[in-house]
Design a protein around this ligand. Sequence first.
Ligand code: HEC
Ligand code: HEC
Length: 450
Amino acid sequence: MTFSRRQIAYVINTVILAGVVGLIMSSDKLRSSTETEKSADDSKHYYGPGDNKQGYDSINYKTNALDLQKRIGKKANLLEFVNNPPLGLPPVPVPADNPVTEEKVSLGRRLFFDRRLSINDTFSCAICHIPEQGFTNNEIQTAVGVEGRSGKRNSPMSYNVAYLELIFHDGRESTLEQQVWSPFLARNEMANPSIGYVIDKIKAIPEYKGLFEKAFDGRGPTMETVGMALSSYQRTLNSADSPFDRWHFGKQEDAVSEQVKKGFELFNGKATCSACHLVHEDYALFTDNQLHNTGLGYQASMGIQGKTTRVQLAPGVYAELDNEVIKAVSRPKANDVGRYEVTENPNDRWKFRTPTLRNVSLTAPYMHDGSLHTLRQVVEFYNQGGVPNEVLSPLIKPLELTNEEMDDVVAFMMSLTGSNIGVLVADAFAAPIGDISKDDPNWAHEKKAE
Ligand code: HEC
Ligand code: HEC
């Protein structure tokens, strides 16, 4: 039943997006593009007020959304997280031709939050990779781009992307530098008509004047330097030193509860999770950098679902909707055969990349299509042996975990939240937000429409 919720993702996505956009638009005057590094007293959680959705499933939910101007950010020394990655992470791989520098990180951060880099000046990378929502989007299963155009996959988090060997859920891209052009150009994401369009727009925006030249030895904005700058910012978003790391790698006995310790034992033992979510001797990325078929994609492709779907209408308010009714009002969901779309090898049908589990407590909903809403549901899915199909991974089979054991595995995953999350989110809040303004040449096309 839970799996079939995705059927209505299109309708729900659109409604929610309208809400999200409304919220962003509702501040009378959006924050100007200058760095707003307000001073705040240290007792405050800089990152607390934002638009996180913790407790959204309860009727007692109270929004803590603030308009962008009221957010208190705090700039961090991001370079430190590249030079000295937090406990539990290996050295950060950095391409020889794109060393991370202060100038590139600051430029990349500006680009990441610039809404003008989309066809209609509304979509930045951060609209889908929302800092206070785990650098993903907790509200929707699959991403929605400009004008409510929906995609078929869930936005992954931006934490620890520096370590990705396979980029995207189907592993179709290999470097962060190249990756950025997919969302820039995808019609259902930022919908820019061409690479040149984006480059020309950046050249026309006054705030970028001289920044590329300074960061790249005199080179201005190009297809390559835009990718290099954005990657440099994303390469700093490394987060570990979680309670688990302090216990397992730091040998601090009391850093986690007994339940977490039991959960980790199950993770490596009876639950066989570590067969794919690898833990190395002196670091852990919780991925084998491989693609596997767990049956989830197969199930969706075959339209296997229950009779009704539980739909959340408001905090704590749910309705059981008949799937026939939902089908009648929604567009059929695009099929997703995963890795097969890259290789066209029938053995690769419904294979998806093993994601990291670091910070996974912040990034619901889960899996490539966001169809599982809680970590508990994910563990139940594995416990039942995934969904059998002719190309199911031989590593996926019924586990016979008890309810208590499933809770333990969830507790373990909850212990993987990094200690610098607050610092990284606060830094994101301090970032300049690029928006059209009267001084901006892009304002011109708005004028014409009058
Ligand atoms: C409309 C929402 C949306 C926007 C805007 C967007 N992304 Fe994404 N991002 C996604 C989705 C969805 C995926 C997964 C796509 C897939 O696997 O096919 C993704 C994947 C990624 C990944 C790969 C992560 C991984 O785990 O493999 C990176 C890195 C990334 N995006 C960075 C960016 C950057 C940089 C920008 C701005 C230039 C951006 N995104 C804009 C939705 C978005
Ligand atoms: C056969 C390899 C394999 C095994 C064994 C495995 N996983 Fe996974 N895991 C994956 C793959 C592949 C995905 C991505 C699936 C998708 O996107 O549809 C995934 C996704 C996840 C996710 C979702 C993460 C996110 O960001 O969406 C969680 C949580 C997870 N696994 C936990 C576990 C746990 C707990 C176990 C043990 C009970 C386990 N996995 C066993 C390969 C595996």
